[in-house]
Ligand binder design. Structure first.
Ligand SMILES: Cc1cc2nc3c(=O)[nH]c(=O)nc-3n(C[C@H](O)[C@H](O)[C@H](O)COP(=O)(O)OP(=O)(O)OC[C@H]3O[C@@H](n4cnc5c(N)ncnc54)[C@H](O)[C@@H]3O)c2cc1C
Ligand SMILES: NC(=O)c1ccc[n+]([C@@H]2O[C@H](COP(=O)([O-])OP(=O)(O)OC[C@H]3O[C@@H](n4cnc5c(N)ncnc54)[C@H](OP(=O)(O)O)[C@@H]3O)[C@@H](O)[C@H]2O)c1
Length: 314
């Protein structure tokens, strides 16, 4: 619909960043390393920005096809929010990644779509990029999901910080964990990651190295679609509610010195609706917030800060 010159012109007009590199876990799960043309602003681990590509860009054949775009729509930029991830450490020697990488890492899965859902807009386009290609990055980095939320235990050696993510929900935790380790945090850090397949654990090798160097760090993986797990799925909620997680880390989660950070699938998190000051919990399986509130924890409500914090993706 648009000729090559028009596409070049739109790219020049809209794009302000370059794909500096990619680390691929598999075909549809990548760590995108993006270098913006603008100086990387100060922001906190856990925050997010936006990435975008023009709707004139081609789509991955493995994603549900989009309905035809008219001449006006095809000139638009498709943007989505992405938490900033982090390489954390060198997988070869386990040395912590240095400060000031010169790029930002984003941990992104291609949403294939299909069925009755609308065709996914951005990821089928992102997964056709090559190193050196141009794209859009938002200049604003924002979000309350940061380590500021655990300021009360930051300097306690008896502190416990638990990160739990589904799929790419692990992304912001990687940056937060890097910062805790780089700043000499003395408390205990545990990261739980639940994915469909082992091949979806893009950061596991890095954490296995780090666990050897940092006795206060542990990494806990759950898969749900491997032959040995598909028929008895253990979700993050099950792992916590059953007491297995506490048994694995060898201590109880005490609300006096523990904070939890939850990111990813909204059902894992289970944010309640607040009606007349009452919490209406989502129906079905309890989410982690409800499980923890029943154990004396308080969800973070922004103004009223608690010890269970969350970032939901959809
Ligand atoms: C604050 C915030 C931070 C985010 N950070 C990340 C991130 O770091 N990495 C990332 O991959 N995505 C992240 N997302 C989701 C991201 O914004 C897009 O929704 C996602 O990449 C799909 O975009 P799309 O245009 O291809 O599909 P859309 O047209 O946006 O389709 C959305 C549908 O895809 C599913 N979906 C969306 N994101 C995911 C996901 N990550 N994993 C599984 N299913 C998903 C949901 O069913 C959702 O309804 C974040 C979202 C928010 C709100
Ligand atoms: N992972 C892949 O191999 C793969 C490959 C190609 C494309 N994709 C695309 O990527 C998109 C996202 O896939 P993803 O695997 O990264 O993310 P996801 O679908 O959010 O799954 C991440 C993990 O969360 C689990 N989960 C699902 N429902 C839950 C609930 N109610 N409570 C707690 N945990 C729950 C999943 O288990 P379940 O097994 O029960 O879902 C899985 O272990 C999909 O749209 C898919 O099209 C994925």
């Amino acid at each position: 619909m648009l000729d090559a010159a028009a596409v070049q012109d739109l790219r020049r007009q809209h794009y302000n960043a370059t794909l500096a590199g990619v680390r691929k876990a598999h075909d549809t799960l990548w760590c995108f390393r993006v270098k913006p043309d603008f100086p990387i602003p100060d922001f906190h681990p856990g925050q997010y920005t936006t990435l975008g590509l023009g709707l004139w860009e081609p789509r991955h054949a493995g994603a549900a096809p989009e309905k035809g775009l008219d001449e006006k729509k095809v000139r638009r930029l498709g943007r989505r929010a992405y938490s900033v991830s982090h390489p954390v450490a060198d997988p070869g020697n386990g040395r912590l990644a240095p400060e000031g990488l010169g790029y930002l890492e984003f941990y992104i899965v291609m949403v294939a779509g299909g069925g009755s859902e609308p065709a996914p807009l951005l990821t089928p386009r992102l997964f056709l990029l090559n190193q050196g290609d141009r794209l859009y990055m938002g200049e604003k980095f924002t979000g309350e999901y940061t380590l500021e939320a655990m300021a009360d235990i930051r300097h306690r050696s008896d502190a416990l910080v638990v990160f739990a993510g589904t799929g790419t929900g692990e992304g912001p935790h990687n940056f937060m964990i890097w910062q805790l380790l780089a700043s000499g945090f003395q408390g205990r850090i545990a990261s739980i990651v639940c994915v469909r397949y082992k091949s979806d654990l893009a950061y596991e090798a890095i954490y296995r190295r780090l666990e050897k160097k940092y006795p206060n760090l542990s990494y806990h993986t759950l898969t749900t679609r491997e032959a040995d797990t598909a028929h008895q799925k253990i979700y993050v909620q099950d792992y916590i509610a059953s007491g297995k997680f506490e048994s694995d880390i060898g201590r109880r989660m005490d609300p006096a010195n523990t904070h939890l950070f939850l990111c990813g699938n909204p059902a894992m998190i289970g944010i309640p609706k607040i009606r007349g000051g009452q919490k209406l919990w989502p129906e079905g399986k309890k989410g982690v917030i409800q499980i923890m509130e029943e154990r004396g924890f308080r969800m973070d409500l922004g103004k009223n800060r608690g010890n269970v914090h969350s970032e939901k993706y959809w």
